[in-house]
Design a protein around this ligand. Structure first.
Ligand code: PAF
Length: 283
């Protein structure tokens, strides 16, 4: 497995693969890999001749008071996991490699980026799109893999790919959860053991919403109120948002007539966690 830090090396290797007619899968990550990421790498290794994983904590997608400085990092552990999971190349550039002096282009995206996390983290999705566009140009993948835990991110990337007529196929992969329901996230490492227990209120609320939906409830207000109550009952929690949105546009809806998503962001202590569940309308 190649481990490369420069754009030049990453381009040379991937262009050589492409010239040989090999398909390339890309799994963009910020590292501190967990089973969610590994499921993306394994899927890519199944679908493609070559799999690249990028590991880059992207400074421009973090707000001023967010956790860029404290975001967990362990590049050696991560590269070992990538190799085990079937990756052929890890691209782990320094910030100066991705954003050298004089860098001055940014993607600006609206539509699905406007509500939910986009409203609470101004500029976040512009930063995500800018780095993902760069990664796509560097690796030139046939397919790119993203987890559905970041459902809004997935919708935003799909919109960008559509708007810019890019050839890459975007693959959304199911949320991977701990045995007790907590969605896997690199940020779970911030939780104390008491907070770890409290964090179960997110998946508990979503499961309850889904079972109400499955028994026929289609009123988003009732579904949201149900989730709200479950989360509020947990003393260490503070709700950032709970929304029922259309699964593609990420806009709030008044009635569930087509596939929707119940998405939430909740602070457990000082840690902000996100999670969601799909509410699929069978036709
Ligand atoms: O989901 C993430 O880890 C990041 O937002 C991504 C897509 C790697 C861009 O930095």
């Amino acid at each position: 497995m190649y481990i490369v830090k420069t754009v030049k090396e990453a381009k040379e290797i991937t262009r050589k693969w492409a010239a040989e007619g090999l398909s390339i899968g890309l799994v963009p990550t910020m590292g501190y890999l967990h089973e969610g990421h590994l499921s993306l790498i394994k899927e890519s290794a199944k679908d493609n001749d070559k799999t690249c994983v990028s590991i880059f904590v992207n400074p421009i997608q973090f707000g001023k008071n967010e956790d860029f400085g404290s975001y967990p990092r362990d590049i050696e552990y991560d590269t070992a996991l990538c190799e085990k999971s079937g990756a052929d190349l890890v691209f782990c550039p320094a910030a100066e490699e991705m954003y050298p002096d004089g860098f001055c282009s940014h993607i600006e995206i609206s539509g699905p980026a406007e509500g939910l996390c986009g409203a609470r983290r101004p500029g976040h999705f512009n930063g995500v799109c800018t780095v993902v566009m760069k990664l796509f140009n560097i690796i030139n993948p046939s397919r790119a893999y993203f987890g559905r835990k970041d459902a809004q991110q997935l919708a935003v990337i799909c919109q960008m790919v559509k708007d810019y007529n890019m050839d890459v196929k975007i693959i959304g992969m199911p949320i991977v959860r701990e045995a007790d329901g907590l969605a896997k996230s690199s940020r779970n490492t911030y939780l104390s053991s008491e907070e770890r227990k409290a964090a179960l209120c997110l998946s508990r609320a979503l499961r309850t919403v889904k079972s109400l939906f499955d028994s026929g409830e289609r009123n988003p207000d009732i579904l949201k109120q149900t989730a709200k109550k479950i989360i509020k009952d947990e003393l260490l929690s503070r709700i950032d948002y709970i929304e029922i949105v259309d699964i593609i546009t990420m806009k709030p809806i008044n009635e569930i007539k087509s596939d929707a998503l119940c998405a939430l962001a909740v602070y457990i202590g000082r840690t902000r966690l996100i999670d969601n569940i799909a509410l699929e309308v069978k036709s």
